[in-house]
Write a protein that binds this ligand. Structure first.
Ligand code: SF4
Length: 193
């Protein structure tokens, strides 16, 4: 029987070309921005999410947080960490590199470091700070969000897909508070992917 973590480990081993593919896809989608604006990003979101869930779920066990960090985390999805840590491992990593909470699972951050080193063999430290996951964006398309960011296109109101949550709002409706209010902070710009 195939190891249940085999696919995500394979993706990290192949982080280099997968990250290139990912970049290429986002660049291609960015070309379609005028079309997306005409159709309406909010109308497209569900379709893109369905495709993303299939592809990223299969390759990375993606949890569809809507704020994809895969290129920064060596193609290892940090949302698979049971503590949802987005900035490195907790103090409980086992001596064999497995997770303290899920003993048979390789620690997401041990794996992420391996993936980062594949993307940048000279890397000695990961020098960025990721924002905390914003649950209002869960189950929305991260690919479309990336395209909007590239074109500085404002976020539409995002209907809440998780029971009990408030809908995500257009940044201008929250003066001083943006959906991605904590941008990735690169401590050393040259090491960013
Ligand atoms: S050992 Fe790794 S995966 Fe497990 S909780 Fe700690 S940081 Fe998360």
């Amino acid at each position: 029987m195939m190891d249940k973590y085999a696919m995500r480990l394979w993706s990290v081993r192949n982080a280099r070309w997968l990250a290139r593919l990912y970049n290429g896809l986002e660049s291609f989608l960015a070309l379609l921005h005028p079309l997306f604006v005409r159709i309406g990003y909010e109308r497209l979101d569900g379709y893109f999410l369905a495709v993303e869930k299939k592809i990223k779920g299969f390759l990375f066990d993606s949890q569809s947080c809507g704020q994809c960090t895969l290129k920064l985390t060596g193609m290892s999805c940090p949302m698979n960490c049971p503590k949802r840590l987005r900035n490195g491992p907790c103090g409980g990593v086992r001596p064999d590199g497995n997770c303290e909470v899920i003993p048979d699972m390789p620690c997401v951050w041990v794996v992420a470091w391996e993936g980062r080193r594949r993307l940048d063999p000279d890397l000695r430290a990961v020098r960025f700070v990721l924002p905390p996951a914003d649950d209002r964006l869960k189950n929305t398309s991260a690919w479309l969000r990336e395209v909007r960011k590239r074109h500085a296109h404002p976020e539409p109101v995002i209907p809440a897909r998780n029971p009990g949550q408030q809908p995500g709002r257009h940044p201008e409706e929250h003066p001083g508070q943006h959906l991605e209010q904590h941008p990735v902070v690169h401590l050393e710009q040259s090491h960013a992917v």
